[in-house]
Design a protein around this ligand. Structure first.
Ligand SMILES: *[C@@H]1O[C@H](CO)[C@@H](O)[C@H](O)[C@H]1NC(C)=O
Ligand SMILES: *[C@@H]1O[C@H](CO)[C@@H](O)[C@H](O)[C@H]1NC(C)=O
Ligand SMILES: *[C@@H]1O[C@H](CO)[C@@H](O)[C@H](O)[C@H]1NC(C)=O
Length: 204
């Protein structure tokens, strides 16, 4: 039987398990950066859009550049912007840990490699999806309406709280940028956790 103390600490841990925000940029080079991410349930994907006129669609892994069945997945609509980053961000809450492929449905961008994957597995990999996409010429846009997520103003984005100047930075330092975000979002739960364990020791 777990002691009260163990139960208390696990309860504290559960409360502090913090959904994270994962930033993905649809770049002006027509790629997603990063193009492969790991997400837990309740994590939030935030898609940023750079110049051109990209979209992001959750794809059926079996049929590259085609959307999931109606009623599942997500579609951002087309987000045209001339330069810099669009002031709209598409935010999607992850509901499952199964692999989710995604692509831009603009022109031949999907075939040219503008694809990505959330939680790739042994059987569902980015390279396999990308390779099969490259044999196609056109992507399917799933209608006109946005679904499966929300378009928000970039000022309201979680991952933008402390680096609002970052959206204008060049593509090349995006990876270090992501590390920063992860480190920052972990800080608060870790301090909260230490405090809570201290408290548990003090009162038990
Ligand atoms: C963006 O692309 C969509 C789909 O190709 C098109 O309908 C729309 O007119 C484009 N918007 C701009 C501003 O180019
Ligand atoms: C992965 O593929 C192998 C071989 O095709 C198959 O036996 C296995 O069931 C697959 N696993 C999943 C999780 O789909
Ligand atoms: C997650 O669930 C919500 C609410 O049921 C739904 O609106 C959304 O489309 C789902 N997200 C994905 C990525 O399927």
């Amino acid at each position: 039987m777990p002691s009260f103390k163990t139960a208390f600490i696990s309860a504290v841990l559960a409360c502090l398990a913090h959904a994270k925000t994962i930033k993905i940029t649809a770049t002006s080079d027509s790629t997603f950066n990063p193009d492969s991410v790991e997400a837990n349930e309740n994590d939030v994907l935030e898609f940023y859009f750079e110049a051109k006129n990209h979209s992001v669609v959750a794809g059926d892994y079996r049929y590259p550049c085609s959307p999931l069945d109606l009623g599942t997945g997500f579609f951002s609509g087309f987000i045209p912007t001339d330069d810099g980053a669009a002031d709209k961000i598409f935010r999607v809450t992850v509901n499952e840990t199964e692999p989710i492929a995604f692509y831009s449905s603009q022109g031949n961008e999907c075939a040219e490699g503008m694809v990505g994957i959330v939680n790739p597995s042994k059987n569902k990999t980015l390279n396999d999806y990308k390779e099969r996409a490259s044999e196609l010429s056109k992507a399917v846009t799933p209608g006109r309406a946005i679904y499966g997520g929300k378009l928000i103003d970039s000022d309201d984005a979680d991952s933008n709280d402390d680096d609002s100047q970052d959206s204008s930075k060049s593509d090349t330092d995006d990876s270090s940028d992501d590390d920063d975000n992860t480190a920052q979002s972990l800080q608060i739960p870790v301090f909260g956790l230490l405090g809570a364990i201290g408290l548990a020791h003090a009162i038990l």
